[in-house]
Design a protein around this ligand. Sequence first.
Ligand code: AMP
Length: 579
Amino acid sequence: MEFATFADRAGTIDDEAADLEIVTHVRDLLADAGDDTDEGAEPQTLELVARFAQGRVFPAWDSTTLDIGPSACYEAIARAAGTNISADDVEDRLAEVGEIGDVAASYDFGGQQGLSAFTGGGVGGDDDLTVREVYETLEDLAHAEGSGSQDRKVDLLFGLFNRCSSEEARYLARIVLSEMRIGVGEGTVRDAIAAAFDVPEDRVERALQVSNDYGRVARIARDEGREGLDAMDLEVGRPVQAMLAQAGTVTDALEEWEEAAVEWKYDGARIQLHYEPGGSESAETRVFSRNMEEVTDALPEVVEFADGTLEGPAILDGEVVAIDEDGSPLPFQEVLKRFRRKHDVAKAREDVTVRPVFFDCLHADGEDLLAEPLTTRHDRLRSVLAGSGGDTDAVDDEDVEGLSLLWLTDDPDEIESIDADALEGGHEGIMLKDPDSTYSPGRRGKHWRKRKPDVETLDCVVTGAEWGEGRRATFLGTFELSVQAGDDLETVGKVATGITDDKLAELTELLEPHIATEDGQDVDIEPAVVFEVGYEEIQSSPTYSSGYALRFPRFQGVRHDKDPADADSLERVERLRSV
Ligand code: AMP
């Protein structure tokens, strides 16, 4: 396919506003590219067109990048546009026009005859640029390395622009800078592949999820149809998109699912680990970020962990967290110091240690697990991490290194206490997952929920508490909260969550002088101290004297600046409830 044809079709798509029409145009484009007789060529034109339409040169799983900055692209455009035009002129025009495609299309290319030999092709306008030639040149450009490589990249790109018409230049510039923006998203390509090659959309969707390669899926749909798509599997070493979470509440989760799978939410960076045992050779471990960039070299601890723990091929999903000397988690910023570090990794490792925690297993021992329920995947994860030596049931989950714990429960109080433990352990909070859900790569669905941060807080007077038990017997806890109602105080709930032992000691010291009466573990406290409290929602409830209850209240801090008289009122509680 000529690149001019691609550019022309891209222009039609660009001008189209209706989604359905866009799918039809992309379908036609793929069908025509699929007719191209480039038998034997790798990749096939169809694959290239499926990628170019999304502004991609390489498949999503491939970490290869063009590694060329905008200024090098302006330089190439300027050189192809004429001797009296500089990269600064291109940039000035970009500032005026606002979009690189329009800028590139505004020049007249092809006059720079003496210099066009760089492409190895003919002089601008003499022979037509093909989609394949564009790809092959960009591939060379991506692989240019070492000293002088930036100049070579500009030369190669100049050679391409020099052979472009205005419309070709418009889309070449956009592809090079990953700014295609013609309204062709992943869903569009999925529907277009299904329509072009007469295969069911859901089979295309599955194939895309496992392969992460739109070009290959288009090609297999064309050559092998539905059976071919169904036979596509995950491949160890090729990252898949991570399943994502949306914000949600415990209340909603328990309403929708019989039980919730509750996990700690680790405050680190997402990783996907691919492990392939090497037989007599050394095993291969590759680690990818949430955006599927390879980060293996930056995280030697993760590689060492995999080498020391895993036995069979596996793809694991998890989080890498920074830890201090005691193994306690450090804030997320510390992980970032390590995450994409390319140089002096050994030195960086001395400053910040990281540790992986895995919460999902996508593939184990040759078997894809995406379609299995979460609980089954977690069981597989456990056995993969526990190793095959010995009876894995004999080991407590806590003792399996690298395993994220999972609790199945329908009890809000238990969830609350898991949340409290998570916060106390220095984690971000909790994740709530549907135990029966399959793994949907790239989806931000309802099946995974991060517990919503509390938006509004309430300032409540502490009017009671309970003495703790065991280790906490000398601490007050489970604080009763009240709000102003005229001259009275009315209760709205109890807070026990979000308080560390150190904090409990401090609060006990603060509240003990105000204890009015004691009855066993229960104490009444004179109004003196105000707590700032977060919560999930406010419900009407006969349990508390205000007639309302805070769901999942969380301690946020003491309002030392407030007296009980300044605490929030019942009226505000009512107002917040109706928001
Ligand atoms: P957010 O980045 O706020 O959208 O939250 C989702 C992220 O939390 C995921 O992409 C993971 O990096 C991270 N995370 C931490 N712990 C877990 C867990 N147990 N399950 C899933 N994701 C987790």
